[in-house]
Design a protein around this ligand. Structure first.
Ligand SMILES: [Zn+2]
Length: 321
């Protein structure tokens, strides 16, 4: 039985149906005394130890906030669940990703009682990690969609946060999910895998290759193209393994194993600082540890991504298989 990936498994009814279009129903969710909120902001998600700290909605939502600007996640067994942005974007200024933690110049996470989303994936329960991925991706989209991409007019939230509607031209904007292929290139006859590293990563860390799917491209085509661009080698038909939401800002990672066919390592898109083959023994030795995102252990030898990342899962599956 396949274990679920981190950042999946939110135990929630998303109410992704006509209920969201019923203003009376939405108001009743807001006024429900059981209503709680995931509190998210630049520094991360509100947490207490290794559990989410869900706040009573009335405590964290100002009374003058119109119903139209609510972002309802849905309902769990205890009642309605919202997400509240504690650092709403300032017009005209770039809004950081919620709780991303330094990867693109974002503010440092881990303020008191706050958990950055990367570490939340490792720390929280399966269901709470899934809930945070959902809330984070949705908030990142709201932050980036204050203005209409068609005419530039200001937008307001609709359907309890599941659309944004332009006040000028009326276009409905829907939450984005950006597909990213992520793939482990496997050389079976050589019993080795191809891993690469970006310059910004901690020293010695290597991971699977990955890249955004282009418009008008199938997943299979994206895998073959990205491997060729990043590493310069030709691969055969990809085999799908599993997927993982990645709320930085709103990606969906689609994981594959893909067989090496031919070629010598040498990418052309300058995304990787280095790419090389690793033997099964090298990878197995490295796969004993589960390194943190920020503070890899001292020492020598290959470092892999943490187990909460689908990249690591693709590697561990090969080691085990
Ligand atoms: Zn518009």
């Amino acid at each position: 039985m396949l274990e679920p990936n981190a950042l999946t498994g939110a135990d929630i009814d998303r109410a992704a149906d006509r209920r969201r279009r019923d203003a009376d129903w939405v108001r009743a969710q807001r006024l429900d005394p059981r209503a709680r909120a995931v509190v998210l902001g630049d520094a991360g998600v509100r947490a207490s130890g290794s559990a989410l700290d869900l706040a009573p909605l009335a405590e964290v939502l100002s009374a003058d906030r119109p119903d139209e600007e609510l972002v309802l996640l849905g309902a769990d067994a205890y009642g309605p669940l919202f997400v509240v942005d504690e650092d709403p974007p300032v017009p005209g200024r770039r809004a950081p990703l919620v709780g991303a933690g330094g990867m693109r110049g974002e503010p440092a996470p881990e303020a008191a009682d706050r958990l950055g989303l990367r570490n939340a994936a490792q720390t929280l329960s399966q269901a709470e990690g899934g809930l945070v991925a959902y809330a984070g991706a949705l908030l990142n989209w709201h932050r980036a969609t204050g203005f209409c991409g068609v005419c530039g007019g200001a937008t307001t939230a609709g359907e309890a946060g599941m659309t944004r509607i332009c006040g000028v031209c009326g276009t409905h904007h829907h939450p984005r999910t950006d597909p990213v292929v992520i793939m482990l290139v496997v050389d079976d006859p050589g019993d080795r895998v191809l891993l690469g590293r970006q310059a910004a990563w901690p020293a010695r860390r290597y991971s699977t290759l990955a890249g955004f799917v282009s418009p008008g491209e199938s997943l299979e085509e994206a895998v073959v193209r990205e491997v060729l661009e990043e590493a310069g080698v030709v691969v055969g038909p990809p085999v799908y393994r599993s997927s993982q939401p990645w709320p930085f800002p709103c990606s969906l990672m689609l994981g594959f194993h893909v067989p090496f066919l031919e070629g010598t390592i040498g990418g052309t898109d300058d995304e990787l600082e280095d790419a090389r083959w690793f033997s099964r023994d090298e990878v197995r030795e490295a796969a004993v540890g589960d390194d943190s995102w920020d503070e890899p252990p001292a020492g020598e030898g290959l470092l892999l991504p943490p187990r909460s990342a689908i990249a690591r899962r693709l590697i561990d599956e090969w080691v085990a298989g």
